[in-house]
Design a protein around this ligand. Structure first.
Ligand SMILES: C[S@@+](CC[C@H](N)C(=O)[O-])C[C@H]1O[C@@H](n2cnc3c(N)ncnc32)[C@H](O)[C@@H]1O
Length: 277
């Protein structure tokens, strides 16, 4: 089954699983949710309700730690690098009749667990397990809102991680987005072992974009170590970027403006200047 061609709700309407040649009735399901980028106020009421109704919660340990303990629920924490195993584990529990919630940070469809769960759910063994995806607030929106509206016009979303795709693909997309004058929201910019990608991205962007282009570095937004820095592409210092950061690179129209309270806002106007204007 090509997941792109099947609306998620149709997965939930498939018949009950076949087990040992017999049709088995089950109320099990997998719901993939996003907790938001930080803090309970960024979790939607819909996600809160799904979590409260779950028998089993599956996810990366630190994300599960953000949820209150509930005596009737089991938490299954794991490493953040075993997405397909975690997905299969959740689907196996659901096939046995459990209501399973798989948690991601932010939105589960943005560089997170929803794709991994659907990829495994579309294997024949799991075709009958109902799967639902509930949206969450993604980090790009959280960072953007802290500083104004830098993503107010067209923008592209990229992950700088070359763990799941080759750097050549990432570099080609950075160049294409720069040529198209799109603002950029950059997820997974760096980690303890990936330290050169931010500098390489900056150098690729500077081939097509002015050094004065505004750049926002949002770190741990909504969390205890929140820091939002406004700099320029020419001055972007890769050393200030780590895995808890999201970068927003402006387009040619993105503005940085002072406010009476001494703070600066960054915004990208919705109106695009006409050619030759
Ligand atoms: C694996 S991705 C998960 C993204 C998540 N699904 C979302 O929609 O926000 C992890 C990356 O999201 C970004 N991120 C997540 N939470 C953040 C926060 N509170 N502040 C800044 N960036 C954050 C960082 O770029 C981090 O490296």
């Amino acid at each position: 089954v090509d997941p792109d061609s099947v609306p998620y709700f149709s997965l939930a309407l498939l018949p009950s699983p076949i087990s040992n040649g017999r049709t088995r009735t089950t109320h099990g399901s997998v719901t993939v949710v996003g907790l938001g980028p930080a803090g309970p106020e960024w979790m939607t009421p819909q996600v809160r309700t799904a979590i409260a109704a779950a028998d089993d919660l599956v996810g990366y340990g630190p994300y599960l730690d953000r949820l209150p303990s509930n005596a009737g629920q089991r938490k299954h924490g794991s490493d953040n690098r075993v997405e397909s195993e975690r997905a299969a584990f959740a689907l196996d529990l659901a096939a046995k009749g459990q209501r399973v919630v798989v948690v991601s940070s932010g939105d589960p469809g943005v560089f997170a667990m929803a794709s991994a769960v659907l990829e495994v759910a579309c294997e024949p063994a799991y075709a009958a397990v109902p799967v639902e995806v509930l949206p969450g607030l993604t980090a790009a929106q959280a960072v953007a809102s802290r500083i104004g509206a830098p993503l107010g016009h067209d923008y592209a979303v990229l992950s700088l991680s070359d763990r799941l795709k080759p750097w050549e693909v990432i570099a080609a997309r950075i160049t294409a987005a720069a040529q198209a004058d799109l603002a950029l929201a950059i997820y997974n910019p760096a980690s303890r072992t990936r330290t050169w990608q931010v500098g390489a991205m900056r150098d690729l962007l500077l081939e097509h974009r002015d050094p004065g282009t505004p750049v926002v570095v949002g770190r741990d937004v909504g969390g205890p170590e929140e820091q939002v820095t406004v700099t320029t592409l020419g001055d972007l210092e890769p050393g200030i970027v780590d895995m808890r950061c999201l970068l927003i690179v402006g387009s040619s129209t993105t503005q940085v403006a002072p406010r009476a309270d001494g703070r600066r806002v960054v915004y990208t106007p919705r109106r695009y200047p006409s050619r030759g204007a």
